[in-house]
Design a protein around this ligand. Structure first.
Ligand code: PLP
Length: 403
């Protein structure tokens, strides 16, 4: 099997398993316990936090260990919106981009449905990019724009760093400068950016940043939320006050240690991996566009994740292509893993202005740095054959009808 679905998840790195093993076995203490075993666990947790903070260039107290990207996104959007409105009731709007992960989209819907916030959507162009001008208008920094009513009432804004379906990378630093001007905290979902793009929240200028462990070789269910010092955030989970009250519950020491290990390694390897894999992605993309008639690349040509090649193949269906490719030993994804199995076209692609019928033919091939040229060459050949076979099959019933 050739695994080209790294944007869905990655295997846990051996170094991360070895680092966390003691905390699943003989050093199993609860960091809140006042005995030696507890102390050891508390020290390990504190060290893991320090190591993550060193990679991100932030203070350890600014980091909250979470259960992953979904929790980090929920906590940031809901927590910041509720805390800001509690301090100033006029702040009753949230801004999200039109291509966010469901963890942000559904959190925004919840804020609307249950808490009466108005959700303003930041549109994207055909490449999946938001525009600074539109953002400025939503923040009330300029007149005009898609929703001038946003002026001065935005509690929180959230724009993902890199998109999980088409790999488009946003200029978060530019957006953060605008958000700072408008005194609105900007959150960014950096789940897909980890391992590929610089992750320092201070350089980016964001107030909050979400990371997930399982995209970079840590276990599923591990994650981090950066919250800039002094940023009020209403907790989602109440209880014993762990994580400085931001997230109650006995901390998962083993996963924190694994995440710190995976994050350090990802950062050490990042620059070389990003360059090499981007070149492989470009070669693969060029091959596909040259050899598969009608193939369309989705997302931005250059500002995109090194490890994501995404296409539409008109005249096919993404789901049929997936099945056909799996039969041929290639594993990938049709749009995002979360939307897989549904007939509905991806909201990300439709937000980029793609017709429903074309959006239904989307395929994402995503790789990590261990991908080889031979694997990509084989994937290209099988993809070309799979597209032909699905197109023939889809065309067949129409021919019968015409006879
Ligand atoms: N945000 C993005 C951009 C993602 O790609 C994902 C996972 O696919 C998530 C959030 C959710 O992360 P997790 O699976 O850790 O909950």
């Amino acid at each position: 099997m050739i695994y080209l679905d790294a944007a869905s998840t990655t295997p846990v790195r051996r170094e991360a398993i070895e680092a966390m093993f003691p905390f699943l076995t003989n050093q199993f203490g609860n960091p809140s316990s006042h005995h030696e075993l507890g102390e050891l666990a508390a020290q390990a947790l504190a060290q893991a936090r320090e190591r993550c903070a060193a990679v991100l260039g932030v203070h350890a107290q600014e980091l909250v260990f979470t259960s992953g990207g979904t929790e980090g996104d929920n906590m940031a959007l809901k927590g910041l919106a509720l805390a800001r409105r509690a301090a100033n009731p006029a702040l009753n709007q949230v801004v999200i981009s039109a291509v966010e992960h469901p963890a942000i989209v559904e959190s925004a819907r919840y804020l609307d449905r249950v808490h009466g916030f108005e959700v303003l959507q930041l549109p994207v162009n055909a490449a999946g990019e938001v525009s600074a001008q539109d953002f400025a208008a939503l923040l009330g920094l300029t007149g005009g724009g898609p929703a001038p009513q946003g002026r001065g009432s935005v509690a929180v804004a959230s724009v993902m760093y890199a998109n999980n379906e088409v790999g488009t990378v946003q200029d978060i630093a530019a957006l953060a400068r605008l958000a700072a001007q408008a005194q609105v905290p900007l959150h960014s979902d950096a789940v897909q950016a980890a391992g590929w793009l610089p992750l320092q929240p201070r350089r980016l200028g964001v107030a909050a940043l979400t990371l997930s462990g399982h995209k970079i070789g840590a276990p599923k269910g591990s994650g981090l939320l950066y919250l800039r010092a002094g940023t009020a955030c209403e907790p989602l989970i109440h209880g014993g006050g762990q994580e400085r009250g931001a997230r109650s519950g006995t901390p998962n020491v083993a996963f924190a240690v694994a995440l710190a290990t995976a994050l350090e390694l990802a950062e050490q390897e990042r620059t070389e991996a990003a360059q090499r894999v981007a070149a492989q992605r470009d070669e693969f993309t060029a091959w596909v566009l040259r050899h598969i008639p009608g193939a369309v690349r989705t997302g931005h040509a250059r500002a995109r994740l090194p490890g994501v090649a995404s296409f539409c193949f008109p005249g096919t269906s993404g789901e049929s292509l997936l099945l056909e490719l799996e039969r041929r030993g290639i594993v990938c994804s049709s749009g995002s893993a979360c939307a897989a199995g549904s007939d509905e076209p991806s909201p990300v692609l439709t937000a980029m202005g793609m017709e429903r019928s074309v959006a239904q033919t989307a395929l994402r091939l995503s790789f990590n740095s261990s991908v080889t040229a031979a694997e990509l060459a084989a994937a290209g050949r099988e993809l070309a054959a799979a597209v032909q076979s699905v197109q023939r099959f889809k065309a067949a019933p129409q021919q019968h009808q015409g006879q």
